[in-house]
Ligand binder design. Structure first.
Ligand code: ATP
Length: 586
């Protein structure tokens, strides 16, 4: 048994997005093609004129990737869960001619080149072969296309009939008269697939010789019933090959082809609007009802389904713009979250088959009783012609009933039954791929862990850097303010210095004048007062601190005192005795 991830209970899961780059076609190899795409395991870079656009997805498949490698990574985890009773969806989206149909269907019957849908049956039948005998399975398929907003059943004998889409509370969206086929072998599936593919609407365009002009939805339902627990689960897997987007300038379409391309682009943009609304946290309404495709795939986008998108791109320089557009579209899808729940079946196909078998067996027993009675009667008498005819008819009815019972019994697949001699080879390939995947997964887990811690470190360093930057900013501001203050102070200082300089000059000048006056007074005294008179005079001269003037002792009424009084009472008449008494007190 293949070992993949454990069964999980109800979970929220993001849509996983994968990119596949198709190889250059032979005719394209003759044209010089500048390298625009560089890939590693989950990063893709597109470079044009030195500008690099970088995108990260779950995984990138380069042009050397094999169908089985892609199947192992994209489909195996989903198919395993579908077998356990969950819903799944795989979409292929991309520019016309980039390999959507090759990826989803490929060359049916060629083990290396067949795509996801044929590989799914090898996988499912191999798992049933390996399962316990207590499990019974019913695998049914439907195949439809949506062309110009009309639904057609690709497996019906009247494929042109337009089918109607209905919705019932509790049942959801469904299509009236869509045929479901129970399949029990790889041959039966291959036949169905080839028949449906032939009926798909295709035409030859500049971008693709066999271009699908419709959206195709192949649905596989797997019901599992365990006889011991009596538990029935039901998993449904939608495989969607979307019509290719194209620009009229590239496809050079005209007339009907141009109108057709317009409708394809329109329905892809409705799908784009649903995606945008789902990833825009604020949207209150998801426009599922705007197209049949989005109504049918409501569960696959934002609902109960494990979903993967494979976006296909061309490696040509010439297709650079379309490739960037596809990657941007895919980049939005990876943010969609689905709510995945286990389906518990209440309208069991297996039980339906079983009760039909019981009914047919009852009819068979009644026929056998009738046959015995007729034979007894015939023994008593010779057989009449009409008796012979009756017995022949009973025999025919019996074998019809037996073959009906056999046919229905074949539809119930029992665990351990060898359904897959041919699938064995495919299973071996899957086993190898699974081993590789497990190995890659463990290295991946380790790398993720390292990445997680590195990211954590980065966040801390980033925060520290931001704090330092903030501090740096604050310091810069302070430095600026201080520089301004210093500049202002320097200007004031220079101004003051000038002022002081002027004052010093004035004082020096005053000093000089006073020294000159003093030397004049000394000169006058020396030449007009004899030395002994001068000494006598000096002995009676005193300095009055109050008036800050020199005075001669004993002279009560002389020039100095008079001047002082005058200066105090400029308008008063001088009274000599007051001055005298004042002087005496001192
Ligand atoms: N990965 C691949 N390996 C080999 N051949 C490929 C690959 N991808 C595409 N091709 C080839 O390229 C051609 C176009 O591919 P395909 O028809 O699958 O494109 P498409 O995207 O479905 O186009 P459209 O939207 O027009 O239907 C086919 O001949 C197909 O075999």
């Amino acid at each position: 048994m293949l070992e993949f991830q454990d069964v999980k209970t109800d979970t929220i899961e993001n849509v996983r997005v994968f990119i596949r780059v198709r190889p250059l076609r032979d005719e394209e190899k003759t044209v010089i093609n500048k390298e625009v795409i560089q890939t590693d395991s989950n990063v893709i870079n597109l470079t044009k004129q030195g500008v690099v656009k970088s995108f990260k997805f779950t995984k990138i498949f380069d042009s050397d990737s094999s169908q089985i490698e892609l199947y192992s990574h994209v489909a195996v985890p989903i198919v395993e869960r579908v077998l356990q009773g969950y819903n799944g969806t795989v979409f292929a989206y991309g520019q016309s001619g980039t390999g959507k149909t090759y990826t989803m269907i490929g060359d049916v019957g060629d083990a290396d080149r067949q795509g996801i849908i044929p590989n799914i049956f090898s996988h499912i039948f191999a798992q049933i072969t390996l399962a316990d005998q207590d499990n019974s399975y019913a695998v049914t398929v439907t195949y439809l296309e949506i062309y110009n907003e009309e639904i057609r059943d690709l497996l019906s004998d009247a494929p042109d009939k337009k089918l109607t889409l209905r919705e019932k509370p509790g049942l959801g969206v469904y299509i009236t008269e869509l045929l479901g086929f129970a399949v029990d072998s790889l041959e039966a599936v291959t036949e169905i697939l080839v028949k449906g593919n032939k009926r798909r609407t295709t035409s030859s365009t500049k971008l693709n010789d066999v271009s699908s002009r419709s959206h195709a939805i192949f649905t596989v339902s797997v019901e599992t019933k365990n006889k011991l627990t009596n538990k029935t689960t039901f998993g449904k897997l939608n495989l969607v090959d979307l019509a290719g987007s194209e620009r009229a300038s590239k496809s050079q379409a005209t007339g009907d082809r141009l109108r057709e391309a317009g409708k394809i682009n329109l329905s892809l943009s409705v799908l784009g609007n649903v995606i945008s609304a789902l990833v825009d946290g604020k949207a209150t309404h998801i426009p599922y009802r705007n197209s049949k495709l989005t109504r049918l795939l409501q569960d696959s986008l934002g609902g109960n389904s494990l979903t993967a998108l494979i976006a296909t791109i061309s490696p040509r320089y010439h297709d650079y713009e379309e490739s960037v557009y596809t990657l941007m579209y895919a980049d939005r899808v990876k943010h969609i979250q689905n709510h995945v729940k286990l389906n518990v079946e209440n309208n069991s196909i297996i039980e339906n088959f079983e009760s039909k078998i019981d009914e047919l067996k009852r009819q068979l027993r009644l026929l056998e009783l009738r046959e015995q009675r007729e034979q007894r009667r015939a023994k008593k008498k010779n057989k009449s012609n009409s008796q012979r005819e009756d017995l022949d008819n009973i025999e025919k009815e019996k074998s019809l009933l037996e073959s009906k019972i056999g046919m229905i019994q074949k539809k119930i697949l029992v665990g351990g039954e060898n359904l897959v001699e041919k699938a064995q080879q495919q299973l071996d390939l899957l086993e190898d791929a699974a081993k590789e995947l497990r190995h890659l997964d463990s290295s991946h887990v380790l790398l993720e862990e390292i990445l997680f811690y590195k990211e954590k470190e980065k966040t801390i360093v980033k925060k520290e850097f931001a704090d330092l930057q903030e501090e740096d900013k604050e310091l810069d501001l302070k430095i600026d303010e201080t520089a301004k203050l210093i500049k202002k102070a320097t200007e004031i200082l220079i101004g003051k210095e000038g002022e002081y300089q002027n004052e010093i000059c004035a004082l020096l000048q005053d000093n000089k004048n006073l020294a000159k006056e003093l030397s004049l007074v000394q000169f006058v005294i020396e030449h007009s007062i004899p030395g002994e008179y001068l000494r006598d005079l000096l002995s009676v001269i005193v300095f009055n601190d109050d008036t800050q003037e020199w005075q001669i002792k004993g002279v009560a009424y002389c020039g100095n005192n008079l001047r002082k009084v005058k200066s105090r009472q400029a308008n008063e008449k001088v009274k000599p005795h007051t001055v005298y008494f004042q002087y005496q007190k001192k």
